[in-house]
Design a protein around this ligand. Structure first.
Ligand SMILES: CC(C)(COP(=O)(O)OP(=O)(O)OC[C@H]1O[C@@H](n2cnc3c(N)ncnc32)[C@H](O)[C@@H]1OP(=O)(O)O)[C@@H](O)C(=O)NCCC(=O)NCCS
Length: 201
């Protein structure tokens, strides 16, 4: 009950929040056009987590945002379902300042379903990341990333394609709500895996 009250208070400025949000610590979530889906988890510990700006931000179901992640939209940032942000990921859709006297760039950012952004990854304006992508720790993503790939480095380059078992929806796996059939087959205790979703995947 206390947990629910805290989540409600922390996310009070969010236009729409799905069921079962969990908030640990004190993130600043003050974006003015923000909607988040179900089972949203946001942690704010050693570093403040921030979701801000006046742009449109849409976050899907079962998204996890870890400590110190910063998401700032002045235009549009769309995050799919089952996306995980590790510590101190940075997502921004504006350069804020132009170079060589040119107008500055504001361009939408999209992050596909099931993708996992590693510690201190940086996603720059105009980038579309595909589905089930792994963005390695410290990658600076300047260009679009195809589905089912691992990207790393600065600037980020595709390291290799990723192979998932049929029905697997996430590049990141855990025992809490992952629909990965491998975890279901491994008989992770009931209640930790949504088996009906796995069976229908
Ligand atoms: C990407 C990652 C998951 C490793 O995946 P993997 O499939 O085991 O990949 P490998 O370790 O086989 O690495 C493949 C290649 O990518 C390179 N690589 C891996 N991670 C890299 C990184 N962060 N930056 C640059 N290159 C990287 C490796 O050096 C290797 O290159 P090589 O083939 O020339 O030797 C891991 O390196 C990583 O970045 N983890 C994120 C950790 C994190 O954020 N945890 C928080 C969880 S909430």
């Amino acid at each position: 009950m206390r947990q629910r009250t805290w989540a409600k208070w922390s996310l009070r400025r969010v236009g729409k929040v799905g069921a079962r949000a969990v908030v640990l610590g004190s993130p600043t979530v003050d974006a003015t056009d923000l909607e988040v889906g179900e089972s949203f988890k946001i942690w704010s510990g050693h570093r403040k987590t921030l979701i801000s700006g006046w742009g449109r931000i849409r976050i899907g179901d079962r998204v996890f945002v870890n400590c110190g992640t910063i998401i700032i939209a002045v235009h549009e940032i769309v995050i799919g379902d089952d996306v995980a942000f590790a510590n101190e990921v940075y997502v921004v859709d504006s350069n804020s300042h132009g170079t060589e006297g040119r107008a500055h760039v504001d361009a939408p950012v999209r992050i596909g379903d099931g993708s996992w952004l590693g510690n201190r990854a940086m996603i720059l304006p105009g980038v579309t990341i595909g589905k089930r992508v792994v963005v390695a720790a410290g990658a600076v993503v300047t260009h679009d990333v195809p589905d089912d790939t691992l990207v790393a480095g600065n600037p980020a380059r595709v390291i290799r394609g990723l192979d998932y078992p049929p029905g697997c929806r996430r590049a990141w796996h855990d025992e809490w709500g992952c629909h990965c059939p491998k975890l279901v087959a491994a008989e992770v205790p009931l209640g930790q895996v949504d088996r009906s979703a796995a069976e229908s995947a």
